[in-house]
Design a protein around this ligand. Structure first.
Ligand code: NAD
Length: 356
C-alpha cells in the first residue's frame, strides 16, 4: 500500500506546522516520496525539536516562518506557491496551554484554520487535508468509540477550538468548495507518539526528558487510557487519504478517524513501566501526582472502520512496537548531529514502509 503512494512525486506539497512534531516527520516522508516540500510555521520552541535536530530546513524548497493569523501574508504565500497538496497541521496543540491561554488557542486553531480556508479560495485546484483532533467529539465517555458522524463538542478550549475548526471546514466545503477543484477532508487522530517529540506536558517526551536530563518525571493521570498510535501510522493515513482524495472528488467534504483498532487497557502507568523495563530512568525520579488544575477526559476511543473500509488503512504498529520505535529514536538521537538525526528518522520511515 505504501509503495503505491506515487502521486506526490514531483508535486508541490505545503505542510503547515512543519517545524512541529508531526509536520517535521511528514516532511521527511514526503521527501522520500519525491515531493517538493514547502512549510509555513512559527519557529520551533525548542533547540532540540525534531525540525532542528534533523536540520530539516536544508531539505525543503522553502521554509516560511510566520504566523498563520497574518492573513495577508498567508494568502500571498499560498497563492505564490500554488501547491498541489496542503497538509494543515499548524495548531496550538497542548491541552494544558489552552487553559492558560485560551485566546491564543482559539486564534490559532479556529481563526488560523479559517485563514487557510480563505487562502485556498484563490487557487484553481488543490487537495487539502486538515488535521484536527480526536478531541473534537462531544465527550460522552463513549466506550465503543466515536464515529465520524457523532456530535462535535469539547469542554476545554483546545477541544472546543478543534470542534469549531471542523465546523468551519464543513461550512467552507458546503459554501465554496463543493463544486470546485479544491478538495478537502479533515482527519481526527488521537495521541501520537514517536521520536523527536519534546513538547511540554506530553507523557512520552516527559519520560525521555527525564532519561536524557536525569530530571524528575511527574505523572498526572496514571490511569488514563489514550488511543496511542505511532506518528508514522497517523501520517500514513493522511498520505493515503490525500492520494485517494486527489483522484476521487466524491471523498471531498468527508472526515476520517485514524486510531488503533483496539485499545487494550494500556494505561499511562503501564506505558511507563514498559518503556522503563531496563530502568533507563531511575525509579526515584518517577513521581505520581494527581493534577487538580485542569480536567482531561479519561477515555478517548475512536471507531476507525470508515478509514479501514474506504481507505484500506489500519495501524501497522501495535502499542509495544510503537513504543519500541520511539525508544529506539531517543536512545540513538545525538545532539547537534543533524545529518545523522535526519537519517535516523528517514531510516525509521523506510523500516515502517517495509513492514507492510
Ligand atoms: N501530537 C498529537 O498527539 C496530536 C493529537 C491530535 C491532534 N494533533 C494536532 O496535530 C497538529 C500537529 O500536532 P503536533 O504534535 O505536531 O504539534 P506541535 O505543537 O509539535 O507543532 C505545532 C506546529 O504548529 C505551528 N504553529 C503553531 N501556532 C502557529 C501559528 N499561529 N502560525 C503558524 N504556525 C503555528 C508550530 O510552529 C508547529 O510547527 C496540531 O494541530 C495538533 O493539535 C496532535
Amino acid at each position: 500500500m505504501i509503495k503505491r503512494l506515487l502521486v506526490f512525486k514531483g508535486k508541490k506539497v505545503l505542510v503547515t506546522g512543519h517545524t512541529g512534531f508531526k509536520g517535521s516527520w511528514l516532511c521527511i516522508w514526503l521527501k522520500i516520496l519525491g515531493a517538493k516540500v514547502y512549510g509555513i510555521s512559527l519557529e520551533p520552541t525548542t533547540q532540540t525539536s525534531h525540525y532542528k535536530a534533523t536540520n530539516l530546513k536544508k531539505y525543503l524548497e522553502k521554509s516560511f516562518i510566520f504566523n498563520i493569523n497574518n492573513m495577508k501574508k498567508l494568502k500571498n504565500t499560498i497563492y505564490n506557491i500554488k501547491p498541489d497538496f496542503v497538509f494543515h497541521l499548524a495548531g496550538q496543540s497542548i491541552v494544558k496551554l489552552s487553559y492558560l491561554n485560551p485566546m491564543l488557542t482559539w486564534n490559532t486553531n479556529l481563526i488560523g484554520t479559517i485563514n487557510i480556508l480563505e487562502s485556498l479560495r484563490k487557487l484553481n485546484k488543490c487537495t487539502v487535508i486538515f488535521i484536527t483532533s480526536d478531541k473534537c467529539y462531544k465527550n460522552t465517555e463513549n466506550l465503543k468509540g466515536y464515529l465520524e458522524k457523532d456530535y462535535l463538542g469539547g469542554d476545554d478550549p483546545y477541544s472546543a477550538s478543534k470542534a469549531s475548526a471542523e465546523i468551519a471546514i464543513h461550512s467552507y466545503y458546503k459554501t465554496f468548495f463543493k463544486k470546485s477543484n479544491i478538495l478537502i477532508c479533515s482527519v481526527r487522530a488521537g495521541n501520537v507518539i514517536g521520536g523527536g517529540d519534546w513538547s511540554p506536558d506530553r507523557i512520552i517526551p516527559d519520560f525521555f526528558k527525564a532519561y536524557l536530563n536525569k530530571k524528575k518525571l511527574v505523572i498526572r493521570n496514571p490511569n488514563s487510557i489514550r488511543p496511542w498510535q505511532h506518528v508514522l501510522d497517523a501520517l500514513h493515513g493522511y498520505l493515503i487519504l490525500a492520494q485517494k482524495l486527489h483522484f476521487d472528488k466524491k471523498l471531498s467534504g468527508e472526515a476520517f478517524n485514524f486510531g488503533p483498532k483496539k485499545i487494550k487497557n494500556f494505561k499511562v502507568k503501564n506505558l511507563i513501566k514498559y518503556l522503563n523495563n531496563d530502568k533507563i530512568v531511575e525509579k526515584k525520579l518517577i513521581l505520581y501526582k494527581k493534577s487538580k488544575n485542569f480536567k482531561e477526559t479519561n477515555i478517548l476511543k475512536l471507531n476507525v472502520k470508515k478509514s479501514q473500509n474506504k481507505l484500506n488503512w489500519s495501524c501497522i504498529l501495535d502499542i509495544k512496537k510503537s513504543l519500541d520505535m520511539t525508544k529506539e529514536w531517543f536512545v540513538k538521537y545525538k545532539p547537534k548531529k543533524f545529518e545523522y538525526n535526519y537519517n535516523l528518522s528517514k531510516s525509521q520511515i523506510l523500516d515502517f514502509i517495509k513492514l507492510k
